[in-house]
Design a protein around this ligand. Sequence first.
Ligand code: FAD
Length: 441
Amino acid sequence: MTVSVALFTQDLRLHDNPVLYAARAAADQVVPVFVLDPAVEAAGFSTPNRQAFLADCLADLDASLRRIGSRLVVRHGDAAEQTARLAEETGAVSVHVGAGVSAFAQRREVGLRARLGDRLHVHDAVLTVVPAGRVTPAGKDHYAVFTPYHRAWQRVPRRAVLPAPRSLGSPPAVRGEDLPTASAASPALPPGGETAGRARWRKWDVDAYADVHDALADDGTSRLSPYLHFGCLSATELVVRALERGGEGAEAFVRQLAWRDFHHQVLAARPDAAHRDYRTRHDHWQHDEREAEAWRQGRTGYPIVDAGMRQLAHEGWMHNRARLLTACFLAKSLHLDWRIGARHFLSLLVDGDVANNQLNWQWVAGTGTDTRPNRVLNPLLQADRYDPDGAYVRRWVPELRHVQGRAVHRPWLLADRPDYPDPIIAPDTLADRLRHARGLD
Ligand code: FAD
């Protein structure tokens, strides 16, 4: 009997999983393994919200594997070392893993290769639809601008969607640790796992997406980001299903998945962009811990900003429009270093992702891939436009729940002042700073 090892990383699913599919094709029995690597914790990446979501994902994966007569082997330690040890214990002919893009994933692959040599098979188009580096502009190793990337991305032939395996052979007869458990920091975290992710996709209305995706109070986006981050859902499968359905909503949704691929290919080529300016503008950020803390706590006195920050704390997730305007407020109104904001987002986001978080932060701060690095988002205009009736603010800022309509966005103008912080920077100063950031003075 031949044995192969399938090392799960950011692909915690049975459906459309090229790693599992190839491992099955290579041997009579597949040993599915997930390694809890202390290096992830040491890097500060293993936060309570993501640990809790991951625990759900692994429990769901194990249950699904058991339904087809297998089970998940959990190990603790260095991922490369533990996987190589498991390959020795089981006499595996091959080990299969998905290609990653972060510095951590790249180091893991080097470690696996050093130990396993050509028994290691790295599969691409597992994490993203188009593998990082598959399309590049002439003479460059990655695209730095989204629009031409998107055009090239649309032309790449997509691999076929793979079925979930019906069997992986007999269950592995090796030692494994208990499945992890963890408590979330945010009380309203979504449930993790492939089963929950597929249920969410079935329930969500993609047709309305083009019209409602920016409306803060409508909450009409897919909320699939954590499932994509942990690979409970395959981005390729979502693109194929959305395009089969067709229509403006599906097209707009597929474009967002191209943004995800775009950031992944930037990070694969420039792993240091996780910490360093992708394109430095020699900004001299201010240091003001009091302002940074007011922003983190959702007490800036700008209700639309505070609403976003409080949604993040409560759900471990924030609407994209709120991410944009809260990030812009930190970087371009308070003029604090984008890394301060990115770190706070990563500490709470259940979808917290090095590629998407750091590179979106850089995009907003003007140090990243935005072709208009002086772009600013005025929080008051954003509020009027994307929360015209104030319903999003009233949902997240209870101190202002009694204020009707869009007056909720400027509480400092109310005759009856609510018990709510004064603006951290005066509205006139805010306007001056945004003018300055735009390069207009
Ligand atoms: P939908 O609107 O339904 O979009 C579908 C999918 O497309 C998302 O699940 C996501 O995988 C992808 N996507 C959408 N917008 C973007 C984008 N701008 N960049 C990359 N991929 C995108 N996304 C993360 O997954 N993890 C992060 O850590 C993260 N941090 C962010 C930080 C900032 C400052 C900003 C401005 C954006 C960040 N995003 C991040 C991107 C985006 O806000 C989220 O992906 C989106 O809000 C998730 O909600 P959804 O699943 O309902 O998205």
